[in-house]
Design a protein around this ligand. Structure first.
Ligand code: ATP
Ligand code: MG
Length: 437
């Protein structure tokens, strides 16, 4: 036998029990997004490579080393599996001129691809859902997006202990960052002997990112570095104060983290992350902020924008850690059937099953034959509440036998046209008034 093929490292199958948890999660997320007036958008998984270089920045981790890029062998185009959603979303907004009649609130959900070292909470195909609000200058919308996150933690029951913590910062405007940047380079150059290899490499390309280093040997150096906050002008400070006021009003605790810089170039003013200690090193569950320059950078008429993305794997891990196990899937009804001589029992089984589905019940019809005994074993194992039994007698009488599988009750013969009502009685109680008045 040849060796079985495996999925690509860092790309995971999501098996049925987990996929059901994901779907329940996605449903909740959709309701929550609707409550804030966000509408869905779906973008392609593959985009022209220059989109990401232009949007995310050529010297970021993502573009430098994490993208799955390839040449389309049919026409030579440079293509990339999307590493994040914001660039594609803004591209789509511009391509379809969605801002022509005012601001837009959009959300997306789906797989993203980054060639990183796979580990817990870090995969090569992972999933995000994200929101983008375009055309709104803030700081109200910035604050609302953060408040949204807090509501999601509540809806998911995830943050009763306050373990998902909010960190915010302001990156100011490009001119302010440029001034800070030259001060930072001067400072770092004067301490060149303390820089590690990566920092030395980034000194002139992306010095802000050095402040984000995880190297313990460089912590003291980083602590003493010029702070961007000291370079912010009046308007930037006012914007930041505006966000904070609304967070205080909403009673959302936060910490200002002056070293929160984000690994994507397009951010300005507000940036934020929600971080938990419960996931080890991969603790950021949500990250976002303002990116007022991106629309213009991608060729559009300037428009302010603000958004965030959440890592779904990390949220699912948190839900699982708190013991959220979904109900095992069980159909309402399992149809057992066996005939002799002709296929009347099987044909009635199919009719009965479709009739039940017409009435909204979930039904597993036994497939592949076998004795009644073996079929009942399957029925039991399926978790179904009821079995519908069809043999030769039933086939002749155009009726079925209804047998409760989880209660000590008699089985009963039921005419086909009463079947759905009887099943409903069994599952929901005969006396319950299901009418809408
Ligand atoms: P990190 O610092 O963890 O690498 P990032 O800054 O690269 O995160 P973003 O690009 O802002 O992350 O993506 C937003 C969110 O997507 C992250 O906060 C995280 O929850 C999730 N995420 C990012 N990369 C991965 C990955 N490789 N596997 C799983 N989730 C990821
Ligand atoms: Mg990353």
């Amino acid at each position: 036998m040849s060796q079985t093929l495996q999925a690509i490292r860092g790309m995971n199958d999501i098996l049925p029990a987990d996929a059901e948890r994901w779907e329940a999660f996605e449903e909740l997320v959709r309701d929550w997004l609707t409550a804030y007036g966000y509408r869905p958008i779906r973008m392609p998984l593959v985009e022209p490579t220059p989109l990401f270089a232009r949007a995310i920045g050529a010297v970021t981790d993502i573009v430098e080393k994490e993208m799955y890029s390839f040449t389309d062998s049919l026409n030579g185009e440079q293509l990339t599996l999307r590493p994040e959603g914001t660039a594609s979303c803004v591209r789509a907004v511009l391509q379809h001129n969605l801002l022509y009649d005012g601001p837009k609130r959009l959300w997306y959900m789906g797989p993203m691809f980054r060639h990183e070292r796979p580990q817990k909470g870090r995969y090569r195909q992972f999933h995000q859902f994200g929101i983008e609000a375009l055309g709104l200058p803030g700081p109200d919308i910035d604050a609302e997006q953060i408040i949204m996150c807090a509501r999601l933690w509540d809806d998911l029951g995830l943050n009763a202990d306050g373990s998902i913590k909010l960190e915010i910062n302001s990156l100011g405007q490009p001119e302010e960052r440029a001034q800070h940047r030259s001060a930072l380079i001067t400072y770092l150059e004067s301490h060149a002997d303390q820089l590690d290899e990566e920092a030395r490499r980034r000194l002139h390309t992306n010095p802000l990112r050095i402040l984000d280093t995880k190297n313990p040997a460089m912590q003291a150096l980083v602590e003493g570095a010029p702070k961007l906050m000291d370079y912010l002008g009046e308007l930037s400070l006012k914007h930041f104060a505006g966000v904070q006021q609304l967070l205080k009003d909403a009673v959302i605790p936060y910490r200002i983290n002056p070293r929160l810089v984000r690994g994507l170039d397009y951010y300005n003013l507000t940036v934020f992350e929600w971080v938990t200690e419960h996931l080890g090193a991969q603790g950021t569950v949500c990250a976002g902020g303002r990116y007022d320059g991106l629309v213009e950078q991608l060729g559009g008429k300037p428009a302010p924008a603000c958004g965030f993305a959440m890592g779904i794997e990390r949220l699912m891990a948190l839900l699982e850690a708190q013991g959220d196990v979904p109900d095992e899937f069980a159909p309402d009804v399992y149809v057992v059937h066996q005939g002799h001589g002709n296929d009347g029992a099987q044909r009635l089984a199919f009719r009965a099953a479709e009739l039940l589905r017409n009435n909204g019940f979930s039904v597993l019809t036994h497939m592949g034959g076998g004795s009644f005994k073996s079929q009942f074993k399957r029925a039991d194992a399926s978790g179904a509440q009821l079995a519908v039994i069809i043999g030769d007698d039933e086939a002749i009488a155009n009726a079925v036998t209804l047998k409760p599988l989880r209660a000590a009750a008699e089985q009963q013969r039921v005419a086909l046209d009463e079947l759905a009502d009887r099943v409903g009685d069994w599952l929901y109680g005969a006396d319950e008034d299901n009418s809408e008045e």
